[in-house]
Design a protein around this ligand. Structure first.
Ligand SMILES: Cc1cc2nc3c(=O)[nH]c(=O)nc-3n(C[C@H](O)[C@H](O)[C@H](O)COP(=O)(O)OP(=O)(O)OC[C@H]3O[C@@H](n4cnc5c(N)ncnc54)[C@H](O)[C@@H]3O)c2cc1C
Length: 429
């Protein structure tokens, strides 16, 4: 299987469309030299650039992105910034490791918040917490496991009945839920644009500049784009699953697409009923739907997955509309304002692909569905590692990405597992 160099999206990013147009940086051109080249201006790449510049303020750092910042994958997510480990990663059997991970997430989140405040990034960052809710036996069983983990880890939460949930989020669809205060909500395209615009002066960002090859040379590495050749002793691949086309281990990483849609601003009466306050809801089952309100009174829904390619967005639109109407019959028949797909980098066991691939060539990828905070931490840690500074024991804390069988077995495995999970998830989807 050949891996594409960079993502191509069928439709514009709905979050980015809501913002005023931004002046993009020029594409890379000619022959350039730097101390560090970073491929990918997402949360991982931006954090790596920031960390390197902090330690080496006189070094020239070049960061390349294949798209306009805000329009690509980092701007396409649902904007949940978790201060504790993802529910899928939570393990009551490993409380010490989990509490270290939670401490790292909180510290990273707090730094991100400071950066937002320091640079006045207008991204509607709000400490709203998050709900997790279920309406099927499989979903309730995942919720019960997560509740046991929260108890064991001493994390704050509230257990909510159907009617308590209905009061807060205006739907009686869910049988039960949990509310955890350890989460922020953000407008992700505004966040990533703001972070990119706040990079230190020593970091040069080039947009619309896909890295199409990384080759070793006598000075280290040479990264080529359609119009430029950039030489540097070190390269960090921070372009998630697309790092596979540039030298990252293809046997441990897969690209999974997932999809979101946003309604127009809801009428005031509906807003009072459904979103008396800002809220976000993550699915109890991983194939379930994410829902959230936006700062200006829209409803966002995220669901559906596809393997290594973007599914026809009009089919997805129908499925998302159906899922939303099941939860909120009063929204049935309402056309979405935007529907879009985005990529995540998936590893089989949820551990990141992180470290040095060859001398001077590094990768951090595979945050699955939760890379805003986690990617920021891992990108920062990778830049520190590449510059020889002490770093947290990443593989001990996060694990090592496990091996997956080659194609076509891998695709077959994905189809089988997702069909089984879909059956189990039933009404959570
Ligand atoms: C619909 C959706 C909802 C999600 N919801 C959430 C959520 O609520 N919370 C959360 O934490 N996570 C969420 N995620 C996952 C999250 O977006 C990712 O985990 C996170 O963006 C990973 O950050 P990253 O910087 O490692 O990679 P990415 O965000 O994928 O960034 C990689 C960057 O590299 C660029 N790139 C790719 N190839 C090349 C190349 N060859 N040359 C140059 N540049 C290249 C891309 O354009 C991109 O800008 C969601 C994802 C999707 C798709």
């Amino acid at each position: 299987m050949t891996h594409p160099i960079a993502p191509l999206h069928q439709r514009p990013c709905g979050w980015n469309t809501q913002l005023t147009p931004r002046q993009c940086r020029q594409p890379a051109h000619g022959t350039l030299d730097a101390e560090l080249v970073i491929v990918g201006a997402g949360y991982t790449g931006l954090a790596a650039a920031e960390a390197w510049a902090k330690e080496h303020p006189d070094d020239r750092v070049i960061i390349l992105d294949s798209e306009a910042v805000g329009e690509g994958s980092p701007g396409r997510n649902s904007g949940f910034m978790l201060e504790v480990a993802l529910a899928d990663d939570a393990s009551s059997a490993e409380l010490e490791r989990m509490s270290e991970l939670n401490a790292l997430s909180r510290k990273t989140m707090s730094r991100l918040r400071q950066r937002v405040e320091q640079h006045g990034i207008d991204c509607h960052l709000e400490h709203s917490g998050t709900y997790r809710a279920a309406n099927t036996p499989a979903g309730i069983s995942s919720l019960t496991d997560y509740r046991s983990f929260l108890e064991a880890a001493g994390l704050r939460y509230e257990h909510l009945s159907r009617s308590a949930l209905n009061e807060r989020i205006g739907t009686s669809y869910y049988a039960e839920g949990l509310y955890s205060p350890d989460c922020y909500l953000v407008q992700p395209a505004a966040l990533v644009r703001g972070l990119a615009d706040a990079l230190p002066a020593s970091v040069q960002l080039y947009e619309h500049s896909p890295a199409n090859a990384v080759r070793a040379n006598d000075k280290g590495w040479s990264v080529s784009t359609p119009d430029a050749e950039i030489r540097a002793p070190r390269v960090i691949l921070a372009n998630n699953a697309f790092s596979r086309a540039l030298g990252a281990d293809t046997s441990r990483l897969t690209a999974i697409y997932t999809y979101a849609a946003v309604t127009p601003v809801l009428p005031q009466t509906l807003r009072e009923q459904i979103m008396p306050k800002s809220w976000g809801l993550l699915p109890a089952h991983r194939l379930g739907c994410t829902l959230r309100s936006t700062h200006d009174g829209r409803m966002l829904i995220r669901s559906c997955y596809s393997y290594e390619h973007e599914e026809d967005n009009s089919l997805i639109e129908r499925s998302l509309a159906h899922s939303l109407a099941r939860r909120y019959p009063e929204l049935s028949g309402m056309n979405f304002e935007s529907v879009w797909g985005g990529t995540t980098g998936l590893t089989h066991n949820g551990a990141p692909l992180w470290g040095e691939i060859k001398p001077g060539l590094y990768v951090s990828a595979g945050c699955n569905g939760g890379g805003v905070v986690k990617g920021t931490f891992l990108g920062d840690a990778l830049a520190r590692y590449a510059s020889g500074q002490p770093v947290e024991p990443i593989h001990q804390l996060f694990g090592k990405a496990s091996w997956m069988p080659p194609e076509p077995l891998r695709h077959l495995g994905f189809c089988l597992v997702s069909a089984l999970e879909k059956r189990r998830a039933g009404g959570e989807a």
